[in-house]
Write a protein that binds this ligand. Structure first.
Ligand SMILES: [Zn+2]
Length: 283
């Protein structure tokens, strides 16, 4: 049976495998349609394309943009984007700079809390271009301040914990959708179960700002898959547009503390992945 996984991360952002190793894992898992969706960077896409071709896998260029909406983090996936688009790259660079500022502030708080960690140590953990909290967590684990990334998040750097710092000047979901559209991609709301913005998702679909919803994310149980399928179906009925229903495991690494991170383990119907892939390649 052919399988697809349209949501995964490499060491370009906060994943645990570099791009060649990740694509090899996809091949071993029998995946035939995939997308690399690193946070706020497309730096892995070119290598991913080459590796995917080598293994006979269809790769959709992807990204996961971090945004803020009514005080919460909302991620927007972009599929089929032109990774060389100057406007896209300019925006990405600006937001990566913001991530570095935030990391420096979190490191300062760690030091004030008595944890011995420096910016240089965290920088060494960053294999790609995006600074993320798991990089800081890895340094803290090495220094025995915790056992797993999740443990470090729970104690120090998770939301509301002593060394947590809010991201500043984040883009709005609508800005992210616009950037994705300008760079030729389709915009999909990532793992909507993490937020409570169903009404907004519906509006964005109807306003043609959003092109789809990640109905089949690893963390969506049957109830939520039905919930978001229904949401998309209703928007389809009222607009006459066929939207995308995507899905994936949001794979980072087997040992990243979240249970059940198995590449290709999401329940995305293969025909939904093919629908997206065919749409993007037929333009
Ligand atoms: Zn993700």
């Amino acid at each position: 049976m052919s399988r697809a996984d349209l949501h995964m991360h490499s060491t370009v952002s906060d994943g645990g495998y570099d791009v060649p190793a990740l694509i090899k894992k996809c091949a071993e898992a029998g995946l035939t349609v995939i997308s690399l969706t690193d946070h706020d960077s497309t730096d892995g896409v070119e290598t991913a394309e080459k590796m995917a071709e080598f293994y006979g896998i269809k790769l959709i260029s992807g990204i996961e943009l971090s945004t803020r909406f009514h005080g919460q983090s909302v991620d927007i996936l972009g599929y089929g984007i032109d990774i060389c688009h100057p406007f896209l790259q300019e925006k990405l660079q600006f937001h990566r700079g913001k991530r570095i500022d935030r990391m420096q502030k979190m490191i300062n708080l760690c030091q004030e809390t008595g944890l011995e960690v420096t910016f240089e140590e965290v920088e060494k953990e960053v294999t790609g271009v995006t600074f993320s909290r798991p990089h800081l967590a890895n340094v803290l684990i090495k220094k025995d301040y915790g056992t797993t990334v999740q443990d470090i998040f729970n104690k120090y750097i998770g939301y509301g914990k002593p060394c947590y710092v809010h991201k500043e000047d984040e883009m709005s979901p609508e800005e992210a959708m616009e950037i994705i559209h300008l760079s030729g991609g389709v915009a999909v709301a990532a793992h909507p179960v993490y937020y409570d913005i169903d009404e907004h998702l519906t509006s964005w679909l109807k306003e043609k700002k959003l092109d789809g919803v990640e109905v089949y994310h690893r963390d969506h149980d049957e109830k939520n898959r039905k919930r978001f399928n229904k949401l998309v179906s209703e928007a389809e009925k009222s607009t006459g547009i066929k939207f995308f229903r995507t899905g994936g495991t949001d794979f980072h690494h087997e040992s990243y503390g979240r249970s059940g991170e198995i590449i290709g383990g999401a329940l995305l119907p293969y025909e939904e992945a093919v629908f997206l892939q065919t749409y993007l390649s037929s333009r």
